[in-house]
Design a protein around this ligand. Structure first.
Ligand code: LLP
Length: 432
């Protein structure tokens, strides 16, 4: 009935998430409100790491891409599940450190890391630094020497795979700001340089072909290409690459028509390709890393709003305005991403109207979506936008000096606050 398996309707006709009444949540914590279902997050993490055990003999790690959703409580849950993290800034690293995360299970990314970030990564003992470019390799070599460390690094490679997804989230093709190109020989030259470095150890290679990808073929193709590269390094430089990181990007269900494959199938097929290619190429099976973000948290989250004004413009459209919008969910204005929405207090009624859901910013493009099927929404109703767990809270902003919403975790009918709503004083905290 709904796009995410953790949603339902209770005897009051209210939408539930993880067994909790969403209308009660809105009343208790206020709106706008991000709600995350802990049980589904844990289930998603387990389906990846259990499949890694089943199909790849446990010779791998699942690193949750914290850019999709990062806060102390999320880091604690990932640590408790025994998984790792992908962090992409000093802020994401700091969050992990403060949550007591085992930093040796963290991969540190970024196409333009600062010296301060590299130093912090070494100081806190991150497991791998994923190096993006030659100047960064040189800076890291100097900083590592200075600090008396020898970090493990991976190289971010552009495998030249075209993943069929929105152009803003495509990253594996040659025209990308991320990483070293394979086809120009740039990546191989970089490997030669890294192998000669005294203060870093080239441990692995990494690729990430894009995000919200439904097909498994591009991942299989990327794995093959990367293994070919590992074999070339072995044959021509007599150097063994021990780690293969295939990034994230697995698509989730936002709309009824979306039909993602189960994560297990993804890992079964990709592991199969890795094993058979290794045999064919005569190389040892690398340790495998994956970095799912959206697929861990996307379906586990919803956002609750209160409906305010309703504007019916005859023969044009009906606007339903809510108390949030682009600042808490910028994905429509950025990517024209589509969502499903439900009037939470009328969830047992048919969605027989088509409306535009508008935010409250001084910006005409501030919409959650257009032409969205919805129950008849009136002022005071609670609106739920579904599958907002990824890249909503983490991309939230404070345009118009709006306060960022609170985050609540639910678990089997219980709720608890994980991030407080910003106060007015938070808004002026750094003003002098
Ligand atoms: N690993 C790397 C190196 C990445 O760059 C990303 C995402 C991931 C893993 C996780 O990908 P996921 O499993 O979440 O697809 N803001 C955009 C998505 C940007 C993704 C950036 N990189 C959105 O809202 O759709």
């Amino acid at each position: 009935m709904f796009v995410s398996e953790n949603l339902g309707v209770n005897e009051k006709g209210h939408l539930t998430v993880g067994g909790t009444d969403t209308v009660d949540l809105a009343a208790q914590y206020g709106t706008p409100l991000y709600v995350m279902d802990e049980e589904l997050i844990r289930k998603n993490l387990r389906s990846f790491h259990n499949s890694m055990n089943k199909y790849y003999n446990g010779m791998g790690e699942v690193h949750f891409a914290s850019k999709a959703f990062s806060c102390l409580e999320m880091c604690r849950i990932v640590a408790d599940e025994g998984d790792g993290l992908d962090a992409v800034s000093i802020g994401e690293l700091y969050t992990a450190v403060k949550a007591g995360f085992p930093m040796e299970k963290v991969g540190f990314h970024g196409n333009n890391k600062t010296d301060e970030e590299l130093r912090y990564a070494l100081e806190t003992g991150v497991g791998h630094i994923i190096v993006d470019n030659i100047p960064e390799l040189h800076r890291l070599e100097t900083i590592a020497k200075d600090m008396g460390k020898k970090p493990h690094i991976m190289f971010r490679i552009k495998p030249g795979i075209d993943a069929h997804t929105h152009k803003a989230v495509m990253t594996g093709q040659i025209d990308s700001k991320f990483g070293f190109a394979l086809e120009t020989g740039e990546a191989f030259e970089a490997v030669k340089e890294a192998v000669a470095c005294e203060n870093v150890e080239l441990y692995g290679v990494h690729c990430h072909i894009g995000s919200q990808i439904f097909d498994i073929e591009p991942f299989e193709a990327a794995a093959k290409t990367m293994l070919g590269f590992i074999a070339k390094i072995k044959n021509e430089l007599n150097y063994e690459i021990k780690g293969l990181n295939l990034g994230g990007g697995f698509g989730i269900k936002y709309l009824e028509k979306d039909d993602p494959q189960p994560f297990e199938v993804f890992l079964e097929r990709v592991s199969g390709v890795v094993r058979s290619e290794c045999e064919k190429l005569g190389i040892a099976q690398p340790r495998m890393y994956i970095e799912p973000g959206r697929s861990i948290v996307g379906s586990a989250g919803i956002t609750l709003y209160t409906v305010g004004a309703r504007k019916e413009i005859p023969n044009i459209r009906t606007y339903v305005s809510i108390d949030g919008g682009m600042p808490d969910n910028p994905r429509y204005i950025l990517y024209q991403s589509e969502y499903e929405a439900v009037v939470a207090n009328k969830a047992d009624q048919p969605r027989d109207e088509k409306v535009t859901i508008a935010g409250r910013c001084c910006e005409s493009g501030d919409l959650i979506g257009e032409n969205m099927p919805l129950q008849h929404a009136e002022s005071g109703d609670t609106l739920a936008v579904l599958a907002t767990g990824a890249y909503n809270f983490s991309m939230a902003m404070t345009y118009n000096r709006l306060q960022r919403p609170a985050v609540v975790f639910v678990n089997k009918g219980e709720s608890r606050i994980a991030v407080k709503r910003e106060s007015l004083d938070d808004i002026i905290r750094n003003d002098v």
